[in-house]
Structures are given as structure tokens and as C-alpha cells.
Design a protein around this ligand. Structure first.
Ligand SMILES: [Zn+2]
Length: 62
């Protein structure tokens, strides 16, 4: 199971990329994202998410 580093959504590893998941290596650690939007949010402010997902900041809400 992979977990989106931004919104915390869990994804099956085998269908992760099929569902539009993205990954990124930051400071030697690989982060996974459920969508390009979450990846973008992480890239804008990596420090906000390095200690774990921040569901309040996810893009689905507003
Ligand atoms: Zn996400």
C-alpha cells in the first residue's frame, strides 16, 4: 500500500501509476502522490508535508 504524501490517500501499489499516481524523490526519500495536483502541492511547499500528510491542505475541498 502506498500513501499519498499530501492528502494521505492510500493506493494499491500495482495500480498506482495506472490511476495517475506520481512519485518524487526529495532529500533522498521517495514520496508518492495520488495525483499530479498533490505532487504540485508538495513541490510548492515540501516542508509542510515531510512529516506526514496534511489532509486539511488537500485539493479536493476548495
Ligand atoms: Zn493526494
Amino acid at each position: 500500500m502506498l500513501r499519498c504524501a499530501v492528502c494521505g490517500q492510500e493506493m494499491e501499489e500495482e495500480s498506482f501509476y495506472d490511476l495517475g499516481g506520481e512519485s518524487l524523490t526529495h532529500d533522498g526519500k521517495t514520496y508518492y502522490f495520488c495525483s499530479p495536483y498533490c505532487k504540485e502541492a508538495f513541490e510548492k511547499d515540501p516542508d509542510a508535508y515531510r512529516h506526514g500528510p496534511q489532509p486539511k491542505a488537500n485539493h479536493h475541498g476548495h
